[in-house]
Design a protein around this ligand. Structure first.
Ligand SMILES: Cc1cc2nc3c(=O)[nH]c(=O)nc-3n(C[C@H](O)[C@H](O)[C@H](O)COP(=O)(O)OP(=O)(O)OC[C@H]3O[C@@H](n4cnc5c(N)ncnc54)[C@H](O)[C@@H]3O)c2cc1C
Length: 425
């Protein structure tokens, strides 16, 4: 016997799960195609990560975005979406809303005043296009109607609805339960980093419900911690910052390093963390563009009566020299370079350009800016962001196995993948 579903009065063309960067961009784009859009957000506020990003100024994109700025099991996957929606497209939107911005080093674009302007811009667009956003929403379940038609022989009342979403919405009036039907469902619930800013595993659980594979996940753009002698060194130098190069697993970055109470941070460390796995070492070059071994040996050749510490003065912060001296050349602390053998000088000199460190761990999802890994890109059509074997289901933003470098790339991926799904949903 064929059962008949009674369509409830909550019906939309597109339902977006998650009102972050990707979800809001998808909603705006789909609404421009005259679709009826509902966005469901579990937090009390939309775009919490946007608000906290870039130190409150939101590094909303980068002038030069290419696929090599992203990490994914399939490095080509991001190309199509990034071509559909370019940094210039987002800059144009920002300019239309008269948001002042500035370009910082490495072509990173930031709001001049506040990240709030980006959230307000997205909300203004949603409002103008009639997008409905419900916050404080607890999604109880999602079901594919197509699957039920197949499994339970349910017949639909001449509609194209493919998904039903059960949700509980709490507002000032109280709590109400909704059954929502939609043609397209977009998963934009982000990833695991910073639970207090909306980080959740919901997207992965939903993906698994639809039998999509999810790649291994780990915290990215995150500081390193040490629990050996190095922790003491870092603690003593806490607050000190200097330009370095760090190499890890064949990838290197040149930027500033910051010592913290627990280990090391700063842009160069955050970038490196995307390439680091537990058990890996990193190589820190404390004196980029200066061959310490060669120069120290040359200094010895000049017969100068100078200690290694004195020689390095001016090349790196004094407090760092003092701490390194304690671990690298304590016995030669008061010796002039001339009194130290070439063999010893070679060993010590090499350490400045290649200091091998073994981080114990990262600070984890509590402080990570992103989550590496996610819904396997093999499951998704890169041209549309639609799941290949699940008509009408889309996955966008950080929940997908695409992670950007530091510098506005993660937002550009959110805008581009959201825009692409919005075009086709
Ligand atoms: C502190 C910080 C600073 C950052 N700074 C930058 C920067 O300057 N530049 C840059 O490019 N990137 C930055 N990032 C990374 C960037 O914020 C993310 O990559 C981006 O927000 C991902 O967008 P998204 O829409 O996929 O996910 P999110 O922005 O995380 O949005 C997901 C939304 O889904 C909601 N949600 C989760 N679970 C559910 C559920 N079950 N039901 C309903 N809703 C749900 C969440 O509450 C959230 O609102 C930063 C990240 C952090 C944490």
């Amino acid at each position: 016997m064929t059962k008949v579903i009674n369509i409830s009065n909550e019906e939309y063309d597109v339902v977006v799960l998650g009102a972050g960067a990707a979800g809001l961009m998808a909603a705006i784009t789909a609404a421009k195609n005259n679709k009826r859009i509902l966005v469901l957000e579990k937090s009390n506020k939309v775009g919490k990560k946007i608000l906290m990003s870039g130190g409150g100024r939101c590094n909303f994109t980068n002038r030069y975005v290419e696929s090599h700025h992203f990490i994914s099991r399939n490095p080509h996957f991001c190309k199509s979406a990034l071509t559909n929606y370019t940094p210039q497209d987002f800059i144009t939107l920002v300019e239309q809303h008269a948001i002042e911005y500035e370009e910082r080093k490495h072509h990173q674009l930031f709001c001049k005043h506040s990240a709030k302007e980006i959230v307000n811009m997205l909300l203004q667009e949603c409002n103008d296009l009639g997008v409905i956003i419900m916050t404080d929403c607890d999604i109880k379940g999602v079901e594919s109607i197509d699957d039920r038609v197949f499994k339970d022989k349910i017949k639909l009342n001449n509609t194209n609805y493919r998904y039903s979403v059960n949700a509980k919405i709490s507002d000032k009036q109280g709590t109400k339960e909704l059954k929502i039907l939609c043609e397209s469902l977009i998963i934009a619930t982000g990833a695991l980093s910073i639970p207090t800013l909306g980080g959740s595993d919901y997207g992965y659980r939903l993906a698994e419900q639809f039998n999509l594979s999810v790649t291994e996940r780990r915290a990215g753009l995150v500081p390193f911690m040490f629990n050996d002698d190095l922790k003491n060194l870092c603690e003593k130098l806490s607050g000190l910052s200097l330009p370095v190069i760090i190499e890890c697993n064949g990838t290197e970055f040149e930027e500033s390093l910051l010592f913290t109470h627990k280990g090391i941070s700063g842009p160069v460390v955050l970038q490196t963390s995307n390439y680091w796995k537990p058990g890996d070492s990193i190589a820190v070059n404390l004196l980029p563009k200066f061959d310490a071994m060669e120069n120290i040996l040359m200094e010895k050749g000049n017969n100068n009566n100078i200690t290694i510490g004195k020689y390095l003065n001016g090349l790196m912060p004094k407090s760092l020299i003092i701490e390194l001296q304690k671990i690298w050349w304590p016995e030669y602390k008061n010796h002039s370079i001339c009194e130290i053998s070439n063999k010893e000088l070679r060993v010590i000199g090499a350490l400045f350009n290649e200091w091998i460190l073994w981080p114990t761990s990262t600070e984890g999802y509590r402080t990570a800016e992103v989550t590496l890994g996610g819904i396997d890109t093999d499951e998704i059509d890169s041209k549309t962001m639609e799941v290949k074997n699940q008509k009408g289901l889309y996955c966008i933003g950080e929940v997908v196995d695409v992670t950007g470098h530091l510098g506005g790339f993660n937002f550009q991926w959110a805008w581009a993948s959201g825009y692409t799904a919005g075009l086709f949903a």
